[in-house]
Design a binder for this molecule. Structure first.
Ligand SMILES: [Zn+2]
Length: 300
């Protein structure tokens, strides 16, 4: 019995020591807020269970119709850091609000340092009405940087730098975790590169243009059905069909919860296959590899 007590005591002591090494400069609840699930995936790899991570756009929610509840701002205000993707119209509105009401929350633009692409399809004319905010850029910049492994290296480095800044006592752990994440990103990149070596068509069609940076990385051409965030006109559909025939496009991507009517019409017209993808999926690497596998399916 005494021996048992002694072991319990030792265990308690070991646990106390263990938590001692996790001492940090972060005060209060250790909460990080991100906009989308792939960001939570990256942060999970870097911080492990050292922080709680909140995602603003819940899984399975279309960012196009996302309507934040009033409680979201309350939760955001409890965070140590809010990691923005960077160029999403919705984020600009919310980060300004957050900065004004809660100057103690650090706001980090994860896209800082990434060479951004023009997003001709992202110039929306709707206003900043919060009940109808669109997740996309109002500045004409394509916000979907996370579809590129290259960009994600910079993106996650920005995350790491801030985590190390707010919790320097555990910097070694975060940096070691980051090295593992980097290796995973590089592995994903080389697997995609291998898969795409012999694709039969360098072009693909997508309803919503979420893969611009992916296309840039791998020398592909993204053609979007959606035009300036809206359904295409009959003449625009005809234009897409003509290009698709010329370039022998056999793949059409569509994100969950987008209107499939025009997609089906075009697919039927050009004899292409439609695949549902989820660029907002938590398992970032799995989804990118899936997309590459779909594009490469004709290859023997
Ligand atoms: Zn999008």
């Amino acid at each position: 019995m005494q021996k048992y007590l002694y072991i319990t005591l030792l265990l308690a002591l070991a646990m106390a020591c263990g938590s001692g090494t996790k001492k940090s400069n972060v005060e209060g609840p250790r909460i990080l807020t991100v906009t989308i699930e792939p960001q939570r995936y990256f942060l999970d790899q870097i911080v492990g269970d050292m922080f709680t991570i909140n995602t603003l756009v819940p899984p399975g929610t279309s960012p196009e119709t996302y309507e934040p509840a009033p409680s979201v701002m309350v939760d955001m205000a409890k965070s140590n850091v809010y990691f923005m993707v960077g160029d999403l119209g919705f984020e600009n509105v919310w980060s300004k609000r957050l900065a004004k009401n809660n100057p103690n929350v650090t706001i980090i633009n994860c896209s800082e340092g990434i060479v951004r692409m023009e997003g001709h399809d992202h110039d929306h004319d709707h206003g900043h009405d919060l009940h109808h905010t669109h997740l996309h850029s109002h500045s004409g910049i394509d916000p979907h940087v996370w579809s590129s492994p290259y960009a994600v290296k910079v993106f996650t480095r920005n995350m790491l730098n801030e985590i190390v800044k707010i919790d320097p006592d555990n910097a070694g752990t975060y940096e070691a975790n980051y090295e593992i994440l980097l290796a995973k990103i590089e592995k994903t990149d080389s697997l995609i590169r291998d898969l795409l070596k012999n694709v039969s068509s360098k072009s693909f069609i997508i309803y919503h243009p979420a893969l611009g940076y992916f296309a840039r990385d791998y020398g592909l051409n993204q053609i979007s059905i959606e035009f300036e965030g809206k359904s295409p006109s009959p003449s625009q559909i005809k234009e897409i069909v003509d290009v698709a025939r010329k370039e022998k496009i056999n793949t059409i991507f569509i994100e969950r919860s987008f209107d499939t009517k025009n997609t089906t019409v075009i697919a039927h017209e050009i004899g292409a296959q439609v695949f549902e993808i989820d660029p907002l999926r938590y398992e970032w690497d799995v989804e990118l590899l899936r997309i590459a596998t779909i594009l490469a399916r004709e290859v023997k």
